[in-house]
Design a binder for this molecule. Structure first.
Ligand code: 6MZ
Length: 379
């Protein structure tokens, strides 16, 4: 006879497996925050730089392996990540691995965001950085990566319709990947404008939007506004990191700007909360990240519950799955375990996220098919 504990463990295992099998849409994943620890710690990266005296390997190892991370610690760590990762070959490797990892847990649509970087010493420009990212996406072999917008491809239907076999199963695992270019809050207006112009230039290469991110205590809204306004005028969809800290003026300005999506929305006051809900701006929810960095006091008290109960448009995301040792399946599991959502509720949540993707209608239609097909199996 199973004990209560054994039954609980078995139920958790079954639920976790179900969350992995669930097709998922990831809308908020930073490339350099999603790097595997094993890659960061690998001989080729950290050790090599340690040997060259660029970093002290033992110090780096401790920071990388640490569990809890405050918001300021995260940004220190990103500076370190960038020392480790910013050369073309490493960027290519990371982009490839990140897609493989998301695909392995049944993410069917992935928007990766990354900050195009100039690095004179490495002969790197924002454009060459992005070319290295795209090279990585194209190098993925384990799954079928659909990168370009269907209208820019000749064999439209072939690439955008999931291959359904006679038995009704999808024959080959397929992941749609799109890119968002991030403006780092440390950047100047002119650098931010360069990023927007690059996004326009690369819109036939899988770039579908602009993100504003970076250390939330750094920079001024007025610095990025001209670039964001330019993106808006060009019709490029925008998502903003909003309210990771209680910066009233900026939160107001972001809500007034009315982007296509907002990330985090942790520190909103009652009036801002009301405004967000009335504007119905879809929110990228990052549970683990917010709890670890102090944006939410605990999982139980996370603002997910309020938004979910208010039927506000939202999508579960990982933010930095490497940095916070999570996965999108784990975020779905946490929602079930913490807020009591059932399997049909979780399925609906994952399916609804398709509405908020920045890729075109053809991709949306293909994803709807993927969910329709999976529904029979999973609910
Ligand atoms: C704000 C974040 C972030 O662009 O080099 N980034 N910005 N809040 C967060 N929550 C914890 N997590 C990541 O990826 C790393 C960069 O993404 C932004 C930061 O600017 C960080 O340097 P890329 O690929």
């Amino acid at each position: 006879m199973d004990t209560d504990m054994e039954r609980k463990v078995a139920a958790e295992k079954e639920m976790r497996e179900w969350c992995v099998a669930l097709p998922k849409v990831e809308l908020h994943a930073h490339l350099n925050g999603s790097v595997r620890n094993s890659t960061l710690l690998s001989v080729e990266l950290a050790k090599q730089l340690g040997d060259k005296g660029v970093i002290v390997f033992e110090d780096v190892k401790d920071v990388i392996m640490k569990d809890g991370r405050s918001l300021p610690e995260c940004f220190k760590l990103f500076d370190l990540f960038h020392i480790l990762t910013t050369d073309h070959d490493t960027v290519t490797r990371i982009a490839m691995e990140v897609v493989e990892d998301f695909a392995a847990e049944n993410v069917v649509y992935l928007e990766i965001r990354t900050t195009p970087k100039n690095n004179e010493a490495k002969g790197m420009t924002k454009r060459s950085y992005m070319n290295a990212v795209i090279k990585g996406l194209k190098a993925v072999d384990a799954v079928d990566v659909v990168l370009f917008d269907s209208k820019s491809r000749t064999n439209d239907t072939l690439t955008c319709t999931p291959t359904i076999g006679l038995d009704g199963d999808i024959k080959k695992r397929r992941i749609y990947v799109r890119l968002l270019l991030s403006i780092d809050r440390r950047e100047t207006t002119s650098a931010a404008l360069d990023t927007v112009n690059l996004a326009l230039e690369m819109k036939d290469q899988g770039v579908v939007g602009i993100d504003l991110s970076g250390n939330p205590v750094v920079g001024e809204w007025e610095t990025y506004l001209p670039a964001l306004q330019h993106a808006k005028e060009l019709g490029i969809p925008i998502t903003l990191h909003c309210g990771e800290v209680a910066n009233r003026k900026e939160i107001q300005a972001m809500l007034d700007f009315c982007p296509q999506r907002l990330g985090h929305v942790c520190c909103l006051n009652d009036a801002e909360w009301k405004k967000l809900k009335s504007l119905m701006i879809p929110v990228e929810i990052c549970l683990t990240s917010n709890v670890m960095t102090g944006g939410a006091p605990s999982l139980e008290l996370h603002h997910f519950a309020d938004l979910y109960n208010a039927k506000h448009p939202l999508s579960l995301c990982t933010d930095d799955c490497g940095l916070f040792s999570t996965s999108l399946s784990n975020e779905y599991y946490l929602v079930a375990a913490t807020f009591g959502l059932s399997k049909p509720d979780l399925f609906h949540l994952a399916q609804e996220a398709v509405q908020f993707i920045f890729a075109d209608e053809n991709v949306k239609m293909s994803l709807k098919e993927v969910f329709k097909h999976a529904e029979k199996r999973l609910t």
